[in-house]
Design a protein around this ligand. Structure first.
Ligand code: ADP
Ligand code: NI
Length: 220
């Protein structure tokens, strides 16, 4: 028990130091929200809360976007788990979770363990709702993209050429990913929590459209 507490405490410090200044929407507070939701979902759905918290804390340390490659990211997590003496079986489960939980267009293999389902849902819940909208605008700015382009009708998927030519706006990301997440959740508890957040995003997009119409009378 003491061991587990020490491992969680050390890992918190490690992740906090690594992501404290992240400006891509994957900052330390994202990790805190995901870890908290993962513990909540583990309580509701079953699943080892220690494994869930450890995987939630480490999930974005491995993220491809924040490392030179996917392999380099995963190695960072693996090295950390070895360094602090996490047992082989826990380490294996955590590695399996962090290596397979990314959205990747929504077509990834389903999570095998309940801990994997819970942590993936916790991460996805943070991509649905009001905070998710803020994260999307921050990420888009981090990438140097536009808020919205009225010449590009928002839609669920774009061609590679369109991505290359910068048509991938923040608003488009709602249609491309955020609005699809509710249907991809693994657990009933996460689906319940997602309901209000999803509805809020729809209201937000309606308000955005209304303001856009008002702000651009006959200018185009
Ligand atoms: P996952 O870890 O599930 O693969 P990501 O790390 O790709 O998810 O995305 C996490 C959040 O970052 C998204 O929910 C969104 O808010 C933001 N984000 C990711 N990709 C984009 C994008 N192309 N445009 C705007 N926001 C994005
Ligand atoms: Ni995440």
């Amino acid at each position: 028990m003491k061991d587990m507490e020490a491992i969680i405490a050390k890992t918190r410090n490690f992740v906090k130091a690594a992501l404290e200044h992240d400006a891509s929407g994957h900052d330390w507070w994202h990790i805190v929200r995901v870890a908290r939701s993962a513990k909540l979902l583990a309580g509701l759905e079953g699943g080892d809360p220690y494994v869930c918290e450890l995987a939630a804390l480490l999930h974005d340390i491995a993220d491809e976007k924040l490392n030179v490659s996917k392999e380099a990211g995963l190695r960072r997590v693996e090295d950390w788990l070895a360094e602090i003496g996490v047992d082989a079986s826990t380490s294996e489960t955590v590695m399996l979770i962090v290596s397979t939980m990314s959205y990747g267009g929504g077509g990834g293999a389903p999570m095998e363990t309940i801990e994997g389902k819970v942590v993936q849902d916790a991460d996805r819940l943070d991509a649905i709702g009001a905070i998710a909208a803020a994260r999307t605008f921050v990420y888009s700015g981090w990438k140097g993209r536009l808020i919205y382009d009225p010449y590009v009708r928002p839609r669920a998927s774009m061609t590679k050429e369109e991505y290359r030519s910068g048509k991938d706006t923040a608003i488009n990301h709602f249609y491309e990913k955020l609005l699809k997440l509710k249907a991809l959740l693994n657990t009933e508890s996460a689906r319940m929590l997602a309901e209000e957040r999803h509805a809020y995003m729809l209201r937000y997009l309606e308000a955005f459209d209304r303001e856009w119409e008002l702000g651009n009378p006959d200018y185009l």
